[in-house]
Design a binder for this molecule. Structure first.
Ligand code: DGJ
Length: 741
C-alpha cells in the first residue's frame, strides 16, 4: 500500500480507493502533492508541484527567484522558513530562536501500525490491515529528530498520522506548537463542516464557506468541550450526503485542540489539527521524546455519508477495543433524572426491580452514593459509600441488584474534588491552582491535578478497592467542569506549558490501569453529557453519554450531528420522563424510544411512575432493541433527512449483508395537509424483495423501488389524527423494519 519512487523521492500511499502523496523537496523539506481518490500506482507525479516566480516573497536560495515555501504546498510546515502561513511546527531553542528546519534523512516502511505510548490510537489486529511509513527528518542545528508517521488502512479510506520528536542535542528545546497533521490542498473551493454547540446542545452541524484567512475550532478548557468537537470536514458546495467529495479530519485526543483551515493568497487550503498551541509548551530535554496525538484523515467520494461510514468502521472496530468492543451492550436504567441525589437503598431496589420486570439488564447508580454527598457541594473525592443512604454499602447494594438478575453499574467523577471532602482535607495541595491567585470553581468543585502521578495513584487506589470488593460491571465516568487557572505546583516554571497535556495523559493512564485491572468492566464516558465526546475517549470507553439533554426532539439534532464522526454503538441514548427535565417538552413514549434506540440504549426515569399502557410499550421497545441491537451497532448508518434543514429527521441502519434495515422517521411538528412523501433508502439489494412493516403500514417492495422511488411514508393525512388517539400529533416518530423475504 506504500509505493516509493526512489528517484523522485515521492511517497505514494494507496489502498486502491484513496491516494495520499508527498515528496522531498530539493531543500530537504517535505512537500504535499495529493490527497483524494486513488491515482494510478504506476504514475509519476512530481509535475504536480506548481511553482512560479512570485514577487514580494522570500526565497530559500540566493539566485533562485522561484522557490519559496510560501507558495509551495507543504507537508509539515515549520515556522520561520519563508512560509508565512501558520506553521505545523514551532521549536524554540535555549538561545530563544524559533527557527527549525528539519530535513529529510530516510524512511522506513513496515506492515501494520504502531501504538502510541500513553495515548489512544487506532490499531490493527493483523499486520496486513495497514501499512506504515515513517519519515525521519533531522534539524542539524538543534540535533532534533522529527519522525512523521503515516499509516494507510487496507479496509478503511483513512490515513492515520502522528509525529514524534527526539532531542539528540545537549540542550533542552521547547516545542511551542506541534500539530498532529497538516495538509495543503491545492484549492480552497470547499465549505467547512464543524460540530459545535454548548452544554445540552452539543455537536450541532455548522457549515461555512471558506474565505481567505483563518477559520478554526478549538478548545482551551482542558477537555475537548461541549463547544467544539475535535473534528472538521471539508465538502464541495455540491456535495450531498450521498455524493461528492468530502474530507474528514478527526483528532484522537480529549484535551485542548486546534482544528484550523487557512486559505492563502494563492487559494491553497492548509488544514491542520493537533494540540492547541495556546497555553502549550513542552520542554524536551536531551534524549527524551514527545509524541503528538493521532489525527485521522478520511477521504470520501460518496458524500458526507461516505465519510461517516469510514469513521464509523474504523472507530468502532479499530479504535474502540477490549471486552465490550464487539459484545452486545446491556440495556441500562440510570436513576439520575428520576432521583438526583435523593434516594436511599430501598428506593433503589424498587426502582431496579421494575426495570428488571421490563427486561432491562443493568442498573446504574448515578451521583450521590458516596461521602457526604447530598448535593453538589460535598463529597467528591471520597469514593466510599454513604452508609446513611446505603446501609450495606456498595457491596450490599450490588449483591441485591445481582440477586434480581441484573448487573450493577456505578457513577464516578474521578478527576474532581469538593473542598468539603476528607480527600481535600488530607490533600489540599492536590488541585490545579495558581499560587497567589483565586481558584475558580465549577459546580462547587475543583480539578485534581492529574498531571501528578501521586494524585492519579490516590484515586486509583480508592476505585480499585471498591471495584475489587463489589460486583460492579459498569462505571459511568463523569467530568463536570473544565480546567481554569491551569498550574501545577509539582512542576517548575519552564514546564507549566505541559500541564494541560500531562493532565489528559493522567486521565488516560487511570483509564488504562482500570482496564488492565478489570478487563470486563464497561466504561461509559461522560462530561456533563457530551463535553468530552471524542475519539480519544473511545479508546478507553466504548460508549459515551451523548448529552445531558435527553429530550427526544433535541436529541434528533445532537445524535444526527454526532453521527458525522462517531459510530452509533458508542452513543449513550436514553428514554427519559415527560415533561422532559431539560426543556419541559412532552413527547410520545414511542418517539422517545425510537430516538434512543439508535444508540447504546437505556432509560433515565422511574418506571414505577409509568401507566400500565406505557409499561407495555417500554417492554416492546426493550424486546425490539434486544432483537436488533447487533444490527443497530454494526450496520451501515445512513442519514436520510436532516433536522437542521427540514421538519423531519430520518436515518437508516442497514445490515452489512443487506437483508434487513431499520428506518427511523421523526416528524418534528405536525403539518396541515402536507404533501405525500417518499424517502429513498440506501444499502439494500436492488433485486431483493423486502417486507416493510411499521406501526401503521405493511407492504412489500423490491430494493430498487425502495432506493429509487423511496419508502412510502404513511403521513398521508398530515396534521390529522392518524393513530386514533385524538391527541397532539407533534413529534410523531415511526420505525420501519425492512426485511428481505
Ligand atoms: C452530569 C451527567 O451528565 C449526568 O448524567 C449526571 O451523571 C450528573 N452529572 C450527576 O452529577
Amino acid at each position: 500500500m506504500i509505493i516509493v519512487n526512489e528517484q523522485e523521492k515521492v511517497f505514494h500511499l494507496n489502498n486502491g480507493r484513496i491516494s495520499y502523496l508527498f515528496y522531498v523537496m530539493e531543500s530537504g523539506q517535505l512537500g504535499h502533492l495529493y490527497f483524494g481518490r486513488a491515482l494510478n500506482p504506476e504514475g509519476s507525479y512530481l509535475h504536480m508541484v506548481e511553482k512560479a516566480h512570485r514577487p514580494m516573497t522570500t526565497y530559500i536560495t540566493e539566485g533562485d527567484l522561484y522557490t519559496s515555501y510560501e507558495h509551495l504546498r507543504q507537508e509539515y510546515p515549520c515556522y520561520g522558513t519563508s512560509d508565512y502561513r501558520y506553521p505545523a511546527l514551532e521549536i524554540q531553542g535555549g538561545d530563544g530562536s524559533r527557527i527549525c528546519k528539519p530535513e529529510y534523512q530516510r524512511y522506513e516502511i513496515f506492515h501494520g501500525k504502531k501504538l502510541l505510548s500513553g495515548l489512544p490510537a487506532t490499531y490493527v489486529e493483523d499486520e496486513s490491515e495497514a501499512s506504515t511509513i515513517e519519515i525521519f527528518m533531522w534539524d542539524p542545528v538543534r540535533s532534533l529528530e522529527v519522525i512523521l508517521s503515516y499509516s494507510i488502512f487496507r479496509d478503511v479510506d483513512a490515513v492515520a498520522r502522528s509525529v514524534r520528536f527526539v532531542n539528540h542535542g545537549k540542550e533542552s528545546v521547547f516545542i511551542n506548537s506541534a500539530m498532529s497533521m497538516s495538509v495543503d490542498l491545492p484549492d480552497a473551493g470547499f465549505q467547512s463542516v464543524q460540530l459545535s454547540g454548548s452544554w445540552a446542545r452539543e455537536r450541532h452541524i455548522h457549515v461555512r464557506d471558506l474565505q481567505p484567512g483563518i477559520s478554526a475550532v478549538s478548545s482551551m478548557r482542558g477537555n475537548s468541550s461541549h463547544q467544539h468537537n475535535p473534528f472538521l470536514a471539508l465538502k464541495r458546495k455540491s456535495t450531498t450526503e450521498l455524493s461528492g467529495e468530502a474530507y474528514g479530519f478527526s483528532l484522537v485526543y480529549s484535551g485542548n485542540f486546534l482544528a484550523q483551515t487557512e486559505v492563502d493568497n494563492y487559494q491553497v487550503l492548509r488544514v491542520m489539527m493537533g494540540i492547541n498551541p495556546f497555553g502549550f509548551q513542552w520542554k524536551l530535554d536531551p534524549e527524551t521524546d514527545f509524541t503528538t496525538p493521532e489525527a485521522i484523515m478520511v477521504y470520501s467520494g460518496d458524500g458526507l455519508n461516505g465519510m461517516s461510514r469510514q469513521f464509523h468502521r474504523l472507530y468502532r472496530s479499530r479504535l474502540a477495543r477490549g471486552y465490550w468492543r464487539d459484545r452486545e451492550r446491556p440495556i441500562l436504567i440510570n436513576n439520575w433524572e428520576a432521583t438526583q441525589f435523593n434516594y436511599v437503598g430501598d428506593d433503589l431496589i424498587l426502582f431496579a426491580a421494575k426495570a428488571k420486570e421490563c427486561g432491562i439488564e443493568l442498573f446504574v447508580l448515578d451521583d450521590g452514593w458516596f461521602g457526604a454527598r447530598d448535593d453538589d457541594r460535598h463529597g467528591l473525592g471520597d469514593w466510599h459509600a454513604n452508609t446513611q443512604k446505603l446501609p450495606n454499602g456498595i457491596e450490599g447494594l450490588a449483591e441485591k441488584i445481582e440477586a434480581l438478575g441484573m448487573k450493577f453499574g456505578l457513577w464516578f467523577e474521578p478527576e474532581m474534588v469538593n473542598r468539603d471532602s476528607d480527600f481535600f482535607r488530607s490533600h489540599p495541595d492536590y488541585i490545579i491552582a495558581t499560587p497567589n491567585r483565586s481558584t475558580s470553581h465549577g459546580r462547587n468543585q475543583f480539578v485534581l491535578d492529574f498531571s501528578r502521578r501521586e494524585v492519579v495513584d490516590a484515586i486509583y487506589e480508592q476505585m480499585y478497592e471498591l471495584l475489587s470488593k463489589a460486583k460492579i460491571s459498569y462505571i459511568k465516568w463523569d467530568m463536570n467542569r473544565s480546567i481554569s487557572e491551569c498550574y501545577s505546583e509539582a512542576y517548575p516554571a519552564d514546564q507549566q506549558g505541559e500541564i494541560f497535556h500531562r493532565y489528559i495523559l493522567g486521565v488516560y493512564d487511570l483509564h488504562e490501569r482500570l482496564i488492565q485491572a478489570f478487563p470486563s468492566l464497561l466504561i461509559e464516558s461522560c462530561s456533563s453529557g457530551g463535553g468530552r465526546f471524542d475519539a480519544g475517549m473511545l479508546y478507553y470507553a466504548p460508549q459515551g453519554w451523548v448529552s445531558d439533554n435527553s429530550d427526544a426532539v433535541e436529541r434528533l439534532k445532537i445524535q444526527y450531528g454526532t453521527s458525522l464522526v462517531y459510530p452509533i454503538s458508542c452513543m449513550g441514548a436514553h428514554v427519559s420522563a415527560c415533561p422532559n427535565e431539560q426543556v419541559g417538552r412532552r413527547t410520545p413514549i414511542e418517539t422517545r424510544g425510537n430516538v434512543a434506540c439508535t444508540g447504546a440504549f437505556g432509560y433515565e426515569l422511574d418506571l414505577n411512575r409509568l401507566s400500565s399502557e406505557e409499561i407495555e410499550i417500554v417492554k416492546k421497545q426493550i424486546a425490539f432493541y434486544k432483537e436488533n441491537r447487533r444490527l443497530i451497532a454494526e450496520g451501515n448508518f445512513y442519514r436520510l433527512c436532516s433536522p437542521f434543514e427540514t421538519n423531519f429527521a430520518a436515518w437508516e441502519t442497514a445490515a452489512p449483508d443487506r437483508q434487513r434495515a431499520i428506518v427511523t422517521v421523526t416528524r418534528i411538528l405536525s403539518e396541515i395537509n402536507g404533501p405525500y412523501r417518499r424517502l429513498p433508502l440506501c444499502g439494500l439489494l436492488a433485486e431483493q424483495k423486502y417486507h416493510i412493516e411499521s406501526r401503521f403500514l405493511s407492504y412489500d417492495a423490491y430494493g430498487d423501488e425502495l432506493m429509487q422511488y423511496g419508502l412510502m411514508l404513511e403521513d398521508k393525512s398530515s396534521g390529522q389524527v392518524i393513530d386514533g388517539s385524538g391527541g397532539c400529533q407533534d413529534f410523531l416518530s415511526v420505525l420501519y423494519e425492512i426485511t428481505a423475504i
